[in-house]
Design a protein around this ligand. Sequence first.
Ligand code: ZN
Ligand code: ZN
Ligand code: FE
Length: 774
Amino acid sequence: MKELSLSLEMQAIKIRVQGIVQGVGFRPFVYRLAREMQLTGTVANTGNGVIIELQGEEQNITAFCSRLQSEPPPISRITDITTEGISVQEQRSEFIILLSRQGEKANTQISPDIGLCPDCLRELFDPRDRRYRYPFINCTNCGPRFSIIKTIPYDRPNTSMGVFALCPQCEREYHDPLDRRFHAQPNACPTCGPSLSWHNADGNPVATNDCIGACAEALAGEKVVAIKGLGGFHLAVDATSIPAVATLRKRKHRRKKPLAIMVRDLEQARKFCRITEQEAELLSSYRAPIVLLEKEKKSILAENLAPGIGLLGLMLPYTPLHHLLLADANCPPALVMTSANLSEEPICIDNDEALTRLHGLTDFFLLHNREIVTRVDDSVVRVMAGKARILRRGRGYAPEPLLLAHRTKNILGCGAEMKSSFCIVRNNEAFISQHIGELTSPQALDFYTESINHAQKILETDIQAVACDLHPDYQSTRFCKKHENSAQVQHHHAHGAAVMAEYGLDEPVLAVLLDGTGYSEDGIVYGGEYYRVDRRGYTRLAHLSLLPLPGGDRAAREPWRMAMALLHQTKGEEGVSEYSLPEALLQIDDSKRALMAQMLAGKINCPLTSSCGRLFDAVAALLGLCMVADYEGQAAMELEHQAERAWNDQKTDPYDPVLKNDDGILILDSRPLALQIIKDLHQGVAIPVIASRFHRWLLDGSSQILLRLRRQTGLNTVVLGGGAFQNKLLLEGLTTGCLAESFSVFSGEQVPSNDGGIALGQAYIAGAPEKYLN
Ligand code: ZN
Ligand code: ZN
Ligand code: FE
C-alpha cells in the first residue's frame, strides 16, 4: 500500500479506498473519524470503492489518513488507497454520508458472511435489550453478507432482507451514523425482522412459542433436526449419542464419513479435542470455520462420529440461532452439524426444497423466513506446518479475493470434477468460489452454473478467456468448451500453478504433486508426480512407479483392488494366490479375488496409474484398515492416523526408497516397498509402525528425488500440491525435509491443496503474461 503524503498547501483531498470496504461498517468509521478530526466533507460507496472527500486543517487530514489505515473496522480489508488534491469548497460545514451511487464500473468486493460479534452476543443474552434472544440479531460488524446478496451495490433492497420493512426503531439505527447498526443492511429486530418456525417430519408447522426450546428438546431426545442456517441447512443430532449418530448415518447413507460437530464455546471444545493457541484463535475468529482437531482419547462424544481416524471437525456457534440453541439447558453439549443433503448433492437452502429433499431424513425442521440467496457450506481448515490451511473454502472466506502478482484479462478457471470450485480472475484479484462439490449430480451441475453466473454478476466481470482440465469427460470441461476462447490445463500442472499463484511465483519451480487422479494424454492416470512447472508448461521429471488400476474408477472406491494390484505388480501371479495373500485380503470373497487375479493377469480393464492416493489405498488395504471406502480419502486418512500413533517411535525407520532411472525419468519404485511391508506383516510388526515406515519412505524418496532434480535443473524452489498434502505427516515432513536441504518451499494456505484449488491454477496459467507464452 502506498504511503499517504500531503503537500503543505493542500487543505482538501479526495481519497479512494478499495478492498472489502462495503457492508463492513466502513462509512460510519470514516464518519466518526472525520468528526473527531474536525473535518468536513463526504463519504460515499461507489461501484469503485469508497470515496472520501475531506476538508480541514492539514495536520488533521494527515492524522485522519494515518488512522484510516491503522484502525479500520475489524472485518474490512483495504487493498488500495489513492489520493488526489481537490479544491476547497467554502460552503462545506459538516461531514455527511452520501447514498450509494450506481453507474460506475464496479471494482468492489463482496464481504463473506461474518460470525456473530461480541457486542451482538452480549445484547442477545441481555434481558433488558430489545433484541434479547432474537435469533437474527446483527450489526455492521457481523451477520449475513455474501449468502443474502442478489446483486450489487450491497444495499438492503438488493438482498433477501429487502422484503422486511424496517420498524421505526430499526430505521432510526440504520440512519444514525453514530449507531453500530448504521447502514447495517440486514438490520432487524423481533418487531420487523425474520422469525423462526418449527415443523414436524412432514413439514407441517407445529405451534410453539419457543422454537429453540423445542429444537433443543428434540435433539436431547435423540431426534434428527434439519436446521436452516446461514449458507444452507444442517442436519443436527446429539453428538454424544451413539444411536442418534447411527440413525443419522443410516438415513444419510453415510457409514463412516467423519461428521463435524458444534459446541458452545472453547471451554467445551477442550473437553473433546486438543486445541493449540493457533487453533483456538481460528475457531473463535469471525470466519468460524470447521477446524480439524486431534480428538481427546477419552470423551463423552459418540465413537461413531469419526471412526478410524484421530481427527474431529469442530466449530463454534456463528449465528445467534446457534448460540441460543447451544445455550439452552436441554441442548446436548455437542451437536453433529452436517450439511443437509443426500450424499453428493449440494446443500439445501430453500424451505420448500428442504421439506421435499430432506423428507425421510429428518424428524423435525427448524426453519426461518430469511431467504438464502447463495449456498455456502462451512469452511474446513487444518493447521499444518504452522499455518492454517483451507481444505474446503466456503462460509467466512468466499468470496474474498486473493491478490495476484500481475493484472490479467478476465479469466474463468472451471476447476475439476470432485471437490469442484471455479475461479474468476479480475485484474489482479482471484475470486475462488465457495466449495461446489462433486459435479456428478444434475443438482450440483445447476449449482455450479448458477454460481458462475451469479459471481459474474456481482463481480461485474465479463469473462474473456476460460480454462479447464484436460479430462474430456469432466462436466467442468464440457462447460468450458462452450466458450470460444478456451484452454485446457493438465491437472497436476494446475495443482502446481495454484501454489505459484498464491505466492506470486512467476519463475519455474520444482513441484511435488501427490494426488489422487489426473488425466494425461498418454492414457496413464497421473497422481504421484515431480514436475518442473512454469506458467507456460511443465516437464515430468519423476513419478511414482506405475500400478494397474483394476476396474478403473472402481479401484478408487475399493482399496482392496489396489492391494491386489500392488501384490501382482511385485510378485506376479504368485503374489495374489490364496497361499501368499496377507491375512487382510483373505476376508474378501474368493470369487471376487479370483476375478481380480484374472483381470490383473490378462491386463483386462487395468489402465496404469502413478497415483499417490491409490498407493495409499493399496497399503491401507494390505494392513486391513480399509477394504472398501465409504468416502473419498478414507483409506489415506486411516493410514495417516495409524502412522501418527507410531510417528515418534524409534523403530520407525523408513522403508528404503529405491529410485530407478527410466530414460531420463526418475521412478520411485513401489515394488521393493511392497516386499518390505509384506516382510513386516509376516513378522508381526505393529500396523502403526508399518504405516509410519511407509510415510517415511515417501518422504525420503521425495527428498532424494528433489535433490537429484535440483542438480539436474538448478531450480531451488519447491511447491507442494495435490490432495495428499491434506495429510499432516506428509506436508510437515516434506516441508521440514526441504528446508533442511535449503530449498524454498511453498504449499497452499488460502487455496486448498486438493482439487478445490485447481481452478486458480488453471486461471493462473491461462492468464500468464505474454513473456511466458510461446
Ligand atoms: Zn454484531
Ligand atoms: Zn425492527
Ligand atoms: Fe487433484
